[in-house]
Design a protein around this ligand. Structure first.
Ligand SMILES: [Zn+2]
Length: 325
């Protein structure tokens, strides 16, 4: 496959090697393309399923923040499970006749390699979009242009998007925005004791234009999995930020089509509470360091990711319409 012979040192990022192994194991079912290169690292997009522009789609994203490796692990576990299941489960294989799936499991490989939240230019990709909040954002955390040496740096005013942000937006424009219905899940870690599913917006406390659709989707999930671990809430409930890529893409999608980008924010404080030694390592703030716990986290989120695929397929049955909406 493209990228296997790239000049990257083998083993430089274990997650990239894992991604390439999964694509090879899929024996052509998963189409891999390199959207761009950042230094030695490819930015992979993986696609499978229906190519009809009318088909609903789900996009899975992770590794926007290089330190939050566990998000990439969750998406890769899901992809590996999906590839195995496609071989053995005909009814699941038929789901892909009706749904498009796209993956960008490692948006910021350079950040992951250098163990930083930002990319190699010091830019926080989730503050990089040309979108200003008109409300009060927290100092620094809400995005800043003071210095790339400080966290949450947005990039220079008026500069083009960073290549990783540009690649993510291009994939969303190609695969999600043209369709009547699309969902996205971007996997992060590091906030709080609970696992949260955040929905837009990040730049304003105004209600999300697709709040009714989010409500219907989460009600369906809660009925199917009453003991699920998630808190569903708007990101703005915690803090506001400039430059959120998903808010930027929501503005582009408008209200004429259903585009619902969600963020899985895994609560890493819980792992720290169980094992305070994690505080001794930079990665320990954002990832479970014990292998057994990492394995549990990798599989705990699979039902939610599978649910999104099934929800996309049956969207006509649960999307609110008319007075219901
Ligand atoms: Zn993050």
């Amino acid at each position: 496959m493209a990228g296997c012979n790239n000049p990257r040192m083998q083993g430089a990022i274990a997650e990239l090697d894992e991604l390439e192994r999964i694509v090879e194991a899929s024996r052509g079912r998963v189409e891999a393309t390199v959207l761009a290169r950042v230094g030695d690292f490819p930015l992979y997009a993986l696609r499978l399923g229906s190519t009809s522009v009318q088909a609903p789609a789900v996009g899975f994203f992770a590794g926007v923040h290089g330190l939050e490796r566990v998000g990439t692990h969750v998406v890769l576990s899901f992809l590996a499970s999906l590839v195995t299941r496609l071989e053995r489960d005909e009814s699941f294989a038929r789901l892909l006749d009706e749904v498009r799936l796209v993956f960008m499991p490692l948006v910021n490989p350079a950040g992951m390699h250098r163990r930083s939240r930002s990319n190699a230019n010091g830019v926080d990709l989730m503050r990089n979009a040309p979108l200003e909040s008109r409300e009060r954002v927290p100092f620094l955390l809400g995005g800043q242009r003071l210095s790339r040496r400080l966290p949450w740096y947005r990039g220079d005013a008026g500069a083009p998007l960073e290549p990783e942000s540009e690649a993510l937006c291009r994939l969303v424009r190609e695969e999600l925005l043209p369709r009547p219905v699309s969902l996205a899940l971007d996997c992060h870690s590091g906030f709080g004791l609970r696992d949260r599913i955040w929905f837009p917006y990040a730049h304003t406390r105004r209600p999300f234009v697709h709040l009714a659709e989010v409500h219907a989707l989460t009600a369906l999930f809660c009925e199917s999995y009453p003991r699920h671990p998630y808190l569903f809430e708007p990101q703005s409930r915690h803090y506001l930020a400039h430059g959120d890529l998903w808010d930027y893409l929501c503005a582009e999608a408008g209200s004429g089509r259903v585009f619902v980008p969600l963020t899985l924010e895994m609560g890493s404080w819980r792992w720290i509470r169980k094992s305070p030694r994690q505080l001794l390592s930079r990665l320990g703030f954002f990832n479970p360091l014990s292998l057994a716990r990492l394995e549990r986290v990798r599989s705990n989120h699979l039902p939610w990711l599978y649910f999104l695929c099934h929800a996309a397929r049956t969207c006509r049955q649960w999307l609110p319409a008319g007075a219901n909406r």
